[in-house]
Design a protein around this ligand. Sequence first.
Ligand SMILES: [Zn+2]
Length: 78
Amino acid sequence: MSLLSMLDGDAGARCSAAGCAAPAVHALHWRNPRIHSDDRVKTWAACGAHRDSLAAWLRSRAFPVAVTAFGETVERVA
Ligand SMILES: [Zn+2]
């Protein structure tokens, strides 16, 4: 599987938060353990203002999350 294929659609340049068009600075890598296998990684883009709130949303659902600089990839999140 190519790393690029893990990015959802146009997660390329803009923050994934609803209604936010700010440039992505961070990447949030996560998965839902109930539906995703261990080697699956979903990636959201986040601007500086939304990194923490997006990560908190994922963590509140007990999803594993790894935060990196935008453009970096991770093999898996645990
Ligand atoms: Zn944002």
